[in-house]
Design a protein around this ligand. Structure first.
Ligand SMILES: [Zn+2]
Length: 75
């Protein structure tokens, strides 16, 4: 019986560990997502908050340039 309990306890510890790890990863993922929101214009290196703005910027400022692949499916 004691062995079984130990197993459960270590499982709980592991779960706590994983939860903490997930939390840490989660917050760093948010950081990555926020960073991904910033688009940098391929031509003039201006920072765009989102792809839609970037596409509008690109079409207005660089009409002669070919649209970057990442903007082709942006509505
Ligand atoms: Zn630009």
């Amino acid at each position: 019986m004691a062995r079984g309990q130990q197993k459960i306890q270590s499982q709980q510890k592991n779960q706590e560990k994983m939860a903490k790890l997930k939390k840490q990863q989660g917050s760093s993922q948010i950081g990555t997502a926020a960073a991904a929101l910033k688009h940098s214009c391929a031509v003039c290196k201006s920072q765009m908050p989102d792809a839609k703005t970037y596409k509008q910027h690109f079409e207005n400022k660089h009409p002669g340039k070919e649209l970057p692949a990442e903007l082709k499916d942006v509505q």
